[in-house]
Design a protein around this ligand. Structure first.
Ligand code: FAD
Length: 568
């Protein structure tokens, strides 16, 4: 977005009886059309949609496969008739825009059923063509029984295939958001599912250690995982069925295959019209969602936007940003002062009862962006007060800038209350908040919902302790080479049940009487179950002349870091 944000933009076309044509009638396009009508009653607004439906709930598609949503019509958020009657917006479905003539300000449209083409004139053009599922050029990806999930007809075909073939096994290629939502729904349908993922982790937007609880949960629910192994091809089996061939040579039988290896911005139209694409291959727009052409705006999955945390350009195929961008484009077209703030990647997915959510930058994202001067804390608080029955842990990782405490990102995994915490942090990030804001946040509390010190408060307090020097952090990644004494302050039975190999045990309950046994010429790295007792020990030792640091998140984090390949 920054590539054109600062250019001196020509004034938008004057308000009045203009002809506004919109390419793509789902999240961004439909939002833009509806908002524009509310601002400009005089404009003629026409939406062109290649598919048979406008404004459908693509986010609900996996749940239609899983029979959670049983009535297909509920996926249709708004119909052509509703657009016409309520908004006086003309929607032309099964109409593909095939070319833009910027000089003549016309588009070429093709009637999909008949194949006939015609020209349409515009005063303003909005592009919201979305992103297409990636189909790698590998043998067999176009075989019957191999599906991607983007449209209602896609899901209709998957449902029909499952029913007609009485499918029992599926391979989902790709362990990202859409892949895992498909896993959940295929498991819900009773299929045995294998996930083939080229990376060594599922859920690529989060850091590897935060994906470990997801992997464990999937495995516990009977989902087979093949991580670190890519797709080499798909073969048809004589008599029916498919075999997925992995790069490792493994052969995975399947009655159906879902390709969910990511999406690519649909930019062919924009590119052919000479509109600039950015480094992430999305359409370049300014903060008003306008391209370098003063008569063309672009929104949604097809555009590049600024990441508010790293300041870098990115593409983020999510519905919330697409809807907001559609609204911003409409306001800009109507001549209002408006600005899209950028994105921070707030996202959530539910996987067979487990929730994983993220906002802002991940640690690997910060590294990729060359951001230094950050710290992180891990914590595993209950989702509500421990004394109230049913508390379950939320595994939370908070990233923040040092020394000012600005919030950079957070990731959380758990069964309940996960998205609520991430949403709070997401809002704080939007307001340029700091860890101090989290520590001070006044949040809902009753025993069944939270705690007097909510996980959000705790995360902020932990980070404050790091910034104030009350709780120096040890570097998990240096565990195998540190000269420090690694001290586990849990009680002996907990220690015996599992501990860091380098650790020696001195329980917190005995520390005050036995601390002189510790060498004073070495740092002491403290560990416990989740980090809390280690913190108490640090405060004691620091006041007795020791330099003590916390292995944040304790043994629980150690296991995830280890399984995530981040420590030896
Ligand atoms: C299965 C699935 C699940 C998802 N789940 C979530 C979720 O839980 N949360 C979330 O935030 N996001 C989710 N998303 C992503 C979200 O749906 C998209 O980010 C959002 O829809 C993007 O909006 P858009 O307007 O850019 O594109 P789209 O909504 O994809 O709309 C683009 C439309 O443009 C049409 N089109 C393209 N080219 C042309 C042309 N030349 N002429 C005419 N029409 C054209 C296409 O047919 C398409 O219907 C999901 C997506 C999928 C596929």
């Amino acid at each position: 977005m920054s590539a054109t944000t600062d250019r001196s933009s020509p004034s938008p076309p004057a308000p009045g009886p203009r002809r506004v044509l919109i390419v793509g009638g789902v999240a961004g396009g439909a939002s833009c059309a509806a908002r524009l009508r509310r601002l400009d009653e005089a404009a003629e607004i026409v939406v062109f949609e290649r598919g048979p439906y406008v404004s459908f709930a693509n986010c609900g598609l996996p749940y239609y496969v899983g029979n959670i949503i049983t009535d297909e019509s509920t996926l249709l958020v708004a119909s052509r008739e509703l657009f016409r009657q309520r908004f006086n917006v003309e929607v032309r479905t099964e109409t593909e825009v095939t070319a833009i003539d910027r000089r003549a300000r016309t588009i070429r449209v093709r009637d999909v059923p008949t194949g006939t083409s015609r020209e349409e004139r515009y005063d303003v053009l909005v592009l919201s063509p979305g992103a297409a599922p990636i189909r790698p050029p590998l043998p067999g990806v176009d075989l019957p029984g191999v599906f991607a999930v983007r449209t209602i007809p896609d899901t209709r075909q998957i449902r029909a295939w499952i029913a007609q073939r009485q499918a029992r096994t599926a391979v989902v290629v790709g362990g990202g958001f859409i892949g895992l939502e498909m896993v959940e729904n295929l498991v819900q349908r009773g299929l045995a599912v294998t996930v083939l993922e080229k990376l060594p982790q599922v859920m690529p937007p989060v850091d590897p250690e935060m994906a470990v609880p997801v992997t464990d949960h999937l495995a516990a629910r009977g989902v087979r995982l093949r991580l670190g192994d890519g797709l080499a091809g798909i073969e048809a089996v004589a008599g029916g069925g498919l075999t997925v061939v992995a790069e490792s040579g493994s052969r995975l039988p399947a009655d159906l295959v879902i390709l969910a290896i990511g999406v690519r911005p649909e930019t062919a139209l924009a590119k052919a019209a000479g509109l600039a694409l950015g480094p992430c291959a999305g359409i370049v727009v300014d903060a008003q969602m306008r391209t370098a052409d003063p008569y063309i705006w672009a929104v949604g999955d097809a555009v590049e936007v600024r990441d508010v945390v790293t300041g870098q350009e990115t593409i983020l195929p999510l519905a919330g940003p697409a809807n907001r961008q559609g609204r911003v484009a409409a306001e800009s077209i109507a001549g209002r002062a408006t600005q899209f703030r950028g994105v921070q990647g707030t996202a959530v997915v539910g996987i067979l009862g487990l929730t994983i959510a993220t906002t802002g930058a991940s640690e690997k994202g910060l590294r990729r962006a060359g951001v230094t001067g950050y710290a992180k804390v891990y914590l595993h608080p209950g989702h509500h007060a421990a004394y109230y029955p049913g508390a379950r842990p939320i595994h939370l990782k908070l990233l923040f800038a040092v020394p000012d405490g600005r919030l950079l990102g957070a990731q959380a995994v758990g069964f309940e209350g996960v998205e609520k915490r991430i949403d709070v942090i997401a809002t704080a990030i939007q307001f340029h908040g700091t860890v101090h804001d989290l520590a001070e946040a006044e949040l809902c509390y009753a025993p069944q919902f939270g705690a007097a010190k909510d996980p959000i408060n705790l995360a902020g307090m932990l980070a404050e302790n790091v910034l104030s020097g009350d709780m120096p952090l040890a570097d998990w990644a240096a565990l195998d080479r540190t000269p420090a004494l690694v001290l586990d302050v849990r009680e002996p039975p907990d220690f015996s049940a599992g501990h860091i190999p380098e650790a020696v045990n001195l329980p917190l309950s005995e520390l005050r009487t036995r601390y002189r046994e510790l060498p004073q010429d070495r740092d002491v790295w403290l560990c416990c179950g989740v980090g809390q007792r280690a913190y108490y020990a640090i405060r004691f030792l620091a006041q007795h002349g020791y330099h003590a640091c916390n292995l944040s998140g304790g043994y629980m984090t150690y296991k995830d870091l280890r399984a995530g390949g981040l420590i030896p």
